[in-house]
Design a protein around this ligand. Structure first.
Ligand code: SF4
Ligand code: SF4
Length: 299
C-alpha cells in the first residue's frame, strides 16, 4: 500500500527517503528516535507516564533517557553502523516541545555532526505556536501533531488536564485550549511550508465516530498525511479509562474508519507505532546494540 501515490511531487521530494512515508523507502532506509524529552505538558487518558509517549510510540517499555550530547553521540554511532540511516526523530517519552531546550539542542548538535540526516518531531501541539521559529531554524523536515478530537466535549473525555501558561486547566476548558492551539499550530506550520502529519489514536466509544470530522478539518488546514492508529490496550493501560478498562479497536473497525477517510486525503497505514528510542529499519529494531553503555565502550 504505497503512501506515496497521492503526494504531490514537491512533498514527495521531501519525504521520499523517509522510511515512514514511502513503502519503498521503508525497506531501504532506517530511522532512529532519541528519547531526550521526559516531561509532558498534558495528560492523555491512554498514557501512563511510565511509558513512552503515544504520540508516536508503542506504549509498554520505558526507554533510556538521554542528554542532547549523548543523543548526538548515539546518532553518530548508529550512522556509522547503519549507513541507511536517513531520519532522526524526537518523539518522547514525554512531549518534545515541553522540553524545548533539550529537543532543539539535540537538533542543533545533529545538524552539526550529521547534516544529511533529516529531522522530525512529534508533539501533542500544545506548545507548537511558541516554537515555530526554532523548528524552522533547525530545518526540521516534518512535524507530527497528535490530534484526537476537534470537539472539546470529545477531547474532555481523552485529556483530563493540560498545563498551560503556568496554570493547570481541566475538563472542557483544557480540551478547548489544546484543540485551538493544535489547529492554529498546524495552520502556521502549513503556511510556512513545514510538512505536517497528523496522528490520531482511535478509541472505541470515545472518538471513533468523530475522527472522520477530524480528518476533514486537518486536511482543510494543510496536513499532508493523516495516520489513524489503534489504541493499544493492555492491562496496565486499560485502567486509566475506567475500572473495566478501555478496549482498542478491532482490525476491521480500524480499516473501516481508514477507508471512510480515504476519499478525503491520503491515509498512512504502515506506521508501526515505534518506541521513543527505536533504531533501524522499520520492523527490524536494533536499539539494543546502541545503549549508552555500549556507545561509551566504543569510545
Ligand atoms: Fe503521554 Fe504523550 Fe499524552 Fe503526554 S502527549 S500524556 S507523553 S501520550
Ligand atoms: Fe515512522 Fe510511525 Fe515509527 Fe514514527 S512511529 S518512525 S511514523 S513508523
Amino acid at each position: 500500500h504505497a503512501v506515496s501515490a497521492d503526494l504531490t511531487s514537491e512533498i514527495w521530494e521531501k519525504v521520499k527517503n523517509h522510511p515512514c512515508y514511502s513503502e519503498e523507502a521503508h525497506h531501504h532506509y532506517a530511522r532512529m528516535h532519541v528519547a531526550v524529552a521526559p516531561v509532558c505538558n498534558i495528560q492523555c487518558n491512554y498514557c501512563n507516564r511510565k511509558y513512552d509517549c503515544a504520540n508516536e510510540s508503542r506504549p509498554g517499555v520505558v526507554s533510556e533517557k538521554l542528554s542532547p550530547e549523548q543523543a548526538a553521540d548515539k546518532v553518530l554511532a548508529v550512522a556509522s553502523t547503519i549507513p541507511q540511516l536517513t531520519v532522526l526523530g524526537i518523539a518522547g517519552p514525554g512531549d518534545p516541545l515541553a522540553n524545548p531546550a533539550k529537543t532543539f539542542k539535540t537538533f542543533e548538535l545533529v545538524n552539526k555532526v550529521a547534516p544529511d540526516i533529516k529531522l522530525c518531531l512529534s508533539t501533542n501541539g500544545l506548545a507548537l505556536l511558541d516554537h515555530v521559529d526554532a523548528i524552522a531554524k533547525c530545518n526540521v523536515n516534518h512535524v507530527t501533531i497528535t490530534i484526537n478530537a476537534i470537539d472539546p466535549h470529545v477531547g474532555a473525555r481523552i485529556y483530563p488536564w493540560i498545563f498551560y501558561k503556568h496554570k493547570r486547566h481541566v475538563g472542557i476548558d483544557a480540551a478547548k485550549i489544546l484543540i485551538e492551539r493544535q489547529l492554529q499550530g498546524l495552520g502556521v506550520l502549513a503556511a510556512r511550508d513545514i510538512l505536517c502529519k497528523i496522528n490520531s489514536v482511535m478509541i472505541p466509544g470515545i472518538n471513533d465516530r468523530h475522527l472522520v470530522e477530524v480528518n476533514k478539518e486537518v486536511k482543510a488546514r494543510g496536513a499532508f498525511l493523516h495516520n489513524i492508529m489503534p489504541l493499544i490496550s493492555s492491562p496496565e493501560h486499560g485502567t486509566v479509562f475506567g475500572l473495566n478498562g478501555q478496549r482498542g479497536p478491532t482490525a476491521w473497525e480500524l480499516k473501516t474508519l481508514q477507508d471512510s477517510c480515504e476519499g478525503e486525503m491520503k491515509m498512512m497505514r504502515h506506521c508501526r507505532q515505534c518506541r521513543a528510542d527505536a533504531v533501524g529499519l522499520l520492523g527490524d529494531d536494533r536499539r539494543a546494540e546502541f545503549t549508552t553503555e555500549r556507545i561509551a565502550a566504543l569510545g
